[in-house]
Ligand binder design. Sequence first.
Ligand SMILES: [Zn+2]
Ligand SMILES: [Zn+2]
Length: 264
Amino acid sequence: MRSYMEVKKHTMTDRRTDLPRAGRADLHMHTHHSDGAPSVRALLDHVAAHTRLDVIAITDHDTIQGALEARDIMRQQPYPFELIVGEEVSTRDGHLVGLFLRERVRPGLSAARSIEEIHAQGGLAFAPHPFFRAYQGEGRPITMVGLGIMVRELKLDAIEVINATPFLSAANRRAMNYNATTGRLPALGNSDGHILAAVGKGYTRFPGRGAADLRTAITLGQTEAGARDYRTHELLSYLRFWLRQQRRSAPAPRIEREGAEQAA
Ligand SMILES: [Zn+2]
Ligand SMILES: [Zn+2]
């Protein structure tokens, strides 16, 4: 149980409820089009029913298919929030998120070149979890490779100072400190949600309500990052998800039956 206690201690609270910034956005989340658990429709329905978000960006790893599927669904059926097509690009130097995309940015380019490509198609670029690095491999369920101090040289439009993934509080503090002293980029709070319960745990407040207002706020540096605590059962859901990911990424033969998996 010790680990859950630690999680509780390190989660962040909403310190800024008095902000005049009315809109609330979560600009970093994943669907089953990359390594996220939810389907696109389940994600949209969850945001509508269980969050207060006005804007979301779907940012699957190296694909915009999930975001495009969401856009198609939202053309058929109204949802009470706006969608931004995004992508978390695996650049040669680390993860980079493009927002307001029309086309996929291919992975493997330098971060600088990827930002150029994002800007060339009218998008905005931000550095997700800039000071957190964990690699996919045996026994490591998550790959999160931040750009580190390289953010200083890049033509970024914003920086994610709160990534609400559990256990990232030290990396978030470093990002906040860095940005307060050196970076001074518009600050974003996001969930990086890979399960439904995570969506909205990190958020960005901005003046206005819609995606266009958010874009203006980023451009003018009027955003503010915030976070909400996970409840214990939500943390347990995340831990179960990571465990499943870990089994999937392990080199051992895959066990197909759920019951057998749990007994292993
Ligand atoms: Zn990432
Ligand atoms: Zn991510």
